[in-house]
Design a protein around this ligand. Structure first.
Ligand code: BDP
Length: 736
């Protein structure tokens, strides 16, 4: 509104002035018109690398870079130079001229002391930064003020360049810089759950971006954009195929395609990995067994590794899901997880490859609490894994639920490097339509104190290797990327990809700071926009937990596709795939007793943590029903009886989404109409689905609680049978 008003004033003023004043006024008019122009439509494809002109933004502009000194002698150097030209070209309006030396103030130099001799004076300061770290400094070179981005290796300089562009994009001052950064975690990888037929298991952003059929002949430019985006947040590895793996990806036909992708990613510091199906020696190797102790099987894997490295010299290694949810594994032959992992590690070791062995296991026969099984299976093997094995552990002991306490394996295997596995795709958090920023959830887990080595033994310190002195460290994020124009299925899901990369680089970073960076780069630097949007993002995870699984409830989603509420799910192939197994609601109460009087899962945590979680008076209320079975009238900390508290939380979640909608509606005009409209439409879906979760859950649990809804809380509009009768045969992302 005010923009149109401004242009009207300028127009009428022009008519009343003398000709000599008109020049100035015309300029003013042009300015007002530019101001009045609606923001150009955007489809989100550019992610956080949009590089819009800084001059168009109200927050002022830094002094422009007057010249760029950047070698282009290697593919990574060329990529770095290109990105700076592109970024500065967009942000400054014109790209700075390339220069060989610093001839005037304001130059930007990027490279290594070897690639860019003018940076050699900074060589001593690079100590301790490793290959991937970098410095960004305001310096004086040949008597002129300049900015230096310098690293030991090309890849560090590329990361530094992205950091510098981020400073400009987020409006940070760049005139007196002295920054030093190096990743805290060595392997920072995405796990694609992409099948060879392009179906993405638990993918809500279209098909797989890997166009296997047309590879290697057609190398889609999207692969380069994918690599750029990942490099910009420090991701340095990608597992291309689903953990529920098809052995065919290890055949020559597919390896040729994999090699073509590796070629695209290499300049951007990204290695490819593959999910290896444990039974591949039988399925594609013609062997009778996949027994990891069989010499022929070991030979087969060694030869397979040699074959892969002959094509892809920097191949990262294998990721394996074994003896989990029906996947083959060493236990099929009476061998242990360590036997299986070490066999692959042995094949990869001559090439410096890594075996990432997942701890997401639960036995087909074992009737024990599912939350306990990974610990039970893995802890006895601590110390048995080869040096190039990482055990990859989901953040919680069940399965990426809306909120889980940290996995008891963290801190419990001091001799084994444990790798974190987060799920970026929102299988259990509303798919791509719900606005749920995952930063706070990951931060909560990373900051949790395992007490493994006394107070302060956070999960982040397990992951960064500092707690138990491991140099091999890693973190994995199950990707939310697909063929949708906006990559992630929704604009706000891009923030989860972004936050994953930033936390992988520094697991001690703040989710709020990361959200702030992302909002500034993705939408706008205007503080009136950034403030409310960051607040909304920060509160969004709690909101989803409230309307889906409050107070520590878990695993209540629809069967199979996992879309929507299904607290009534029971029966079927296994009890621990049902909801009733996890909530245990009866007329007497609700919750899973994991204390000593129940499954005793609490005893898998270090004693101080076990005491806290096991004590009804001390357990964080967010995990109440995760660890305790309590009567419906159990007094919550609010003073309300449990049933009332449950209803209160469901409604709090629904109200929070209503508030998110209002906040977003109030920001119309501050972002382009195209993105604003899609976010608004998705928030409307989220509001409906939050209400649905709340209504269905309350209708169901009320049959046990047998209590009226507390004062002021509306009863579900439909009878329970209505919610139970709904079916969604074509919900996206199903496992197959
Ligand atoms: C579960 C998913 C399933 C995955 C499994 C895994 O529903 O599709 O295969 O995790 O991580 O959450 O292996």
């Amino acid at each position: 509104m005010h923009r149109t008003y401004a242009s009207r004033i300028a127009t009428s003023a022009l008519h009343r002035t003398a000709w000599w004043q008109r020049g100035a006024l015309a300029a003013l008019l042009a300015l007002a018109a530019a101001w009045a122009t609606p923001l150009a439509a955007e489809d989100g494809h550019a992610l956080w690398l949009r590089y819009p002109p800084l001059a168009e933004q109200a927050q002022g502009t830094p002094a422009p870079v007057t010249g760029l000194v950047a070698a282009a002698g290697t593919p990574t150097q060329a990529a770095t130079r290109q990105e700076l030209l592109r970024g500065l070209g967009g942000l400054q309006g014109t790209a700075p001229p390339l220069a060989d030396a610093v001839g005037r103030p304001g130059a930007l130099l990027v490279g290594t002391p070897d690639s860019t001799p003018a940076l050699a004076q900074l060589r001593p300061a690079l100590e301790g930064l490793g290959r991937e770290g970098y410095l960004i400094r305001s310096v004086e070179i040949d008597g002129h003020a300049a900015t230096a981005i310098v690293a030991n290796d090309d890849i560090g300089a590329l990361y530094g360049a992205f950091h510098y562009l981020r400073l400009l994009q987020t409006g940070e001052p760049v005139d007196a810089l002295d920054l030093r950064s190096a990743p805290e975690v060595r392997l920072r990888v995405l796990n694609h759950w992409d099948n060879l037929d392009r179906h993405v298991e638990r993918g809500y952003a279209g098909q797989s971006i890997w166009d296997w059929h047309r590879l290697p002949g057609w190398v889609d430019p999207r692969y380069t954009d994918y690599a750029r985006a990942n490099a910009s947040i420090g991701i340095n590895g990608t597992v291309l195929n689903n953990v529920n793996a098809n052995a065919m990806v290890l055949t020559p036909m597919y390896l040729e395609k994999v090699a073509a992708l590796a070629e695209v990613f290499r300049p951007w510091g990204i290695r490819v990995y593959l999910s290896a199906r444990f039974s591949a020696p039988v399925e594609i190797g013609g062997l009778e067994t996949a027994d990891p102790l069989d010499p022929a099987v070991r030979r087969w894997w060694r030869a397979k590794a040699d074959e892969i490295y002959a094509r892809i010299p920097d191949f990262g290694g294998f990721l394996v899901k074994a003896n989990s949810e029906g996947q083959p594994g060493p236990q099929d032959y009476g061998r242990s997880h360590a036997d299986g992992a070490n066999m692959l590690a042995e094949a990869l070791a001559p090439h410096d490859g890594i075996a990432m062995w997942r701890a997401f296991v639960y036995s087909d026969e074992e009737p024990d609490d599912r939350a306990k099984q990974a610990y039970t299976e893995f802890v006895p093997h601590d110390g048995e894994f080869a040096d190039n094995v990482l055990v990859q552990v989901k953040n919680g002991a069940i399965d990426f639920q809306p909120r889980e306490p940290f996995h008891p394996l963290f801190g419990a295997m001091p001799q084994t490097p444990l790798m974190m596995e987060f799920q970026v795709t929102k299988e259990y958090l509303g798919f791509a339509t719900h606005l749920v920023y995952l930063g706070p959830m990951w931060e909560e887990v990373l900051r949790a104190d395992t007490h493994a080595e006394g107070e302060g033994s956070t999960v982040a310190k397990v992951i960064d290797g500092s707690l138990h002195g491991h140099a091999l460290t890693g973190i994995a994020g199950v990707a939310n990327i697909g063929t949708d124009r906006n990559w992630s299925g929704s604009h706000f899901d891009q923030a989860n990809w972004y936050a994953y990369g930033r936390l992988a680089w520094d697991p001690h970073a703040s989710a709020r700071d990361i959200a702030g960076e992302w909002v500034r780069m993705t939408f706008s630097r205007d503080p009136d926009f950034v403030g409310p949007v960051v607040d909304m993002m920060m509160d969004s995870h709690q909101a989803a937990v409230d309307y889906m699984t409050p107070l520590g409830l878990h695993h209540l989603m629809g069967r199979g596709h996992h879309y929507g509420p299904g607290p009534w799910v029971e029966g079927g192939p296994r009890a621990d795939w049902t909801s009733v197994y996890f909530h245990r609601a009866t007329r007497d109460g609700i919750g899973f007793d994991r204390t000593a009087s129940g499954s005793d899962a609490v005893s898998q945590y270090a004693p101080p943590v076990a005491r806290e979680f096991g004590d009804l008076a001390r357990v964080p209320e967010d995990f109440l029903l995760w660890f305790h079975h309590v009567p419906w009238d159990h007094p919550a900390r609010s003073g309300r009886p449990l049933w009332d508290e449950l209803v209160h939380r469901y409604d709090r979640g629904v109200a929070a989404v209503r508030e998110m909608r209002a906040t977003w509606a109030g920001l119309a005009g501050q972002v382009d109409a195209e993105r604003h409209a899609q976010v608004a439409a998705f928030l409307a879906i989220q509001a409906q689905e939050a209400q649905w979760w709340r209504d269905a859950s309350i209708a169901y649990f009320q049959t046990f609680a047998q209590r009226p809804l507390p004062e002021g809380h509306a009863p579900p509009p439909q009878p329970l049978e209505h919610y139970q009768g709904q079916e969604f045969p074509h919900a996206p992302g199903d496992g197959r």
